[in-house]
Design a protein around this ligand. Sequence first.
Ligand SMILES: *[C@@H]1O[C@H](CO)[C@@H](O)[C@H](O)[C@H]1NC(C)=O
Ligand SMILES: *[C@@H]1O[C@H](CO)[C@@H](O)[C@H](O)[C@H]1NC(C)=O
Ligand SMILES: *[C@@H]1O[C@H](CO)[C@@H](O)[C@H](O)[C@H]1NC(C)=O
Ligand SMILES: *[C@@H]1O[C@H](CO)[C@@H](O)[C@H](O)[C@H]1NC(C)=O
Ligand SMILES: *[C@@H]1O[C@H](CO)[C@@H](O)[C@H](O)[C@H]1NC(C)=O
Ligand SMILES: *[C@@H]1O[C@H](CO)[C@@H](O)[C@H](O)[C@H]1NC(C)=O
Ligand SMILES: *[C@@H]1O[C@H](CO)[C@@H](O)[C@H](O)[C@H]1NC(C)=O
Length: 383
Amino acid sequence: MIVGIVVVVVAAVAGIVAGVVISRSHSSTSNTSGGGSSGSSTGSTGGTTTGALAGSAGVVQLTDPNDPSTYVADPRLHNSFYGFAYTPLNVQLPWCGAVQGNVTEDVILLSQLTTRIRLYGADCNQSALVLEGITASKVDLSVYLAICEYVTDNVTSYTEQKEKVLDALTTYGADKVLGVAVGNEFILNNLTALNLNDPNSTQGIQAADYLISLMADTRQSIASLGLSKTIPVGTADAGSMLTPHLLAGADFGMANVHPWFGNVAIDDAADWTYDFFEEFDVSPSLATSNKPAMSIAETGWPTKSSSAADATDGPSEASVANLQIFMDDFVCPSNTNGTQYFFFEYFDEPWKDAEFGGVEGWWGVFTSDKQLKNLTIPQCTHP
Ligand SMILES: *[C@@H]1O[C@H](CO)[C@@H](O)[C@H](O)[C@H]1NC(C)=O
Ligand SMILES: *[C@@H]1O[C@H](CO)[C@@H](O)[C@H](O)[C@H]1NC(C)=O
Ligand SMILES: *[C@@H]1O[C@H](CO)[C@@H](O)[C@H](O)[C@H]1NC(C)=O
Ligand SMILES: *[C@@H]1O[C@H](CO)[C@@H](O)[C@H](O)[C@H]1NC(C)=O
Ligand SMILES: *[C@@H]1O[C@H](CO)[C@@H](O)[C@H](O)[C@H]1NC(C)=O
Ligand SMILES: *[C@@H]1O[C@H](CO)[C@@H](O)[C@H](O)[C@H]1NC(C)=O
Ligand SMILES: *[C@@H]1O[C@H](CO)[C@@H](O)[C@H](O)[C@H]1NC(C)=O
């Protein structure tokens, strides 16, 4: 288990770095502003140039091109997941480039898999893009918005993102917003910079106190909007970083729990994920008086690696077949026993592959151009 924690921590560091160092691919010479040739129905060869999905990959068909609520459902997709982790393409500073049509198309696809998504930050207008997509397409999808600091203690980044979340809440209201996560792997990032890994250490408690103050500030700012309902404010971090001390200041806690980075065999992956989450995340929550709701912020399985060194996690390979096994073992059983999770993730992220290689860019259920991988989506109901 200790090995597992360390490896989860190391992996999560890569995630942090991924958030800090942005792929140059966004500033490459390719012109993505309007898709390619028009009229194609597949994302890999073209895109949609006009109407509500202008600039999208063109995988979703609309009966009325100007009305995204008239989308044609994909019979291969089933609304079986508690939630999904989602980062739109092109929302990393300073290379903002996401377009509404693409985000609306993502929202329509995601709504056929789940009723909940979580974002990682608020840069590049992503809170509004997602809420606009949900509103326009009239899908049954709600979202955890997020404020993520690219660099720990970057008050400018925090304040800018908070304003964007407040703007989006003002424009779109609270109906489709489930909560706001402040910080993505904030404690992990803070401790790693000090070459530490114990969230119960003095430094870990100090970092938690700082994060608690940010959550309180966000909570107060949202309250001042006078919305129709209270929006919970919590945080997301590596699975081993959520202590009772931190959770006492959170309305919810989200924990990354990755069997791949725990070097777990695929046949044990679902059980390991459940056990890790119970021990390191649900237990600390139960040790607080406020008992914040806990969910798995990320869990999944990579479908390939860009390097031979990362082709396996030790016992099992990165493959679509293994993602299928993990999905089958994890999704419906977790729905049955009430484990809340955000499946990682919606689609492959080319910028992560360009920057980090290995398995980083290959966790999607969809490819980066929104083609469903060779997977059979489980069929069951979810809470
Ligand atoms: C990208 O393509 C669009 C549409 O073809 C064009 O209007 C725009 O000027 C192009 N941008 C660049 C940077 O080439
Ligand atoms: C953000 O997105 C919303 C929804 O598409 C749009 O109305 C608004 O103009 C955008 N704001 C900026 C600054 O791009
Ligand atoms: C803090 O975040 C802002 C963006 O909100 C960015 O411009 C600035 O470079 C960041 N500062 C550091 C030290 O990274
Ligand atoms: C931190 O301390 C709490 C007790 O307050 C304990 O339950 C938890 O396991 C500790 N976390 C770690 C990662 O050691
Ligand atoms: C860690 O958090 C503390 C607040 O407890 C802050 O003063 C410090 O700058 C942070 N360290 C890093 C590397 O961001
Ligand atoms: C809940 O489901 C997981 C599979 O995701 C399983 O490992 C775990 O044993 C189940 N827990 C209970 C209490 O049934
Ligand atoms: C829209 O999505 C497609 C498929 O992911 C991508 O190729 C294209 O670059 C995106 N356009 C923008 C402007 O992000």
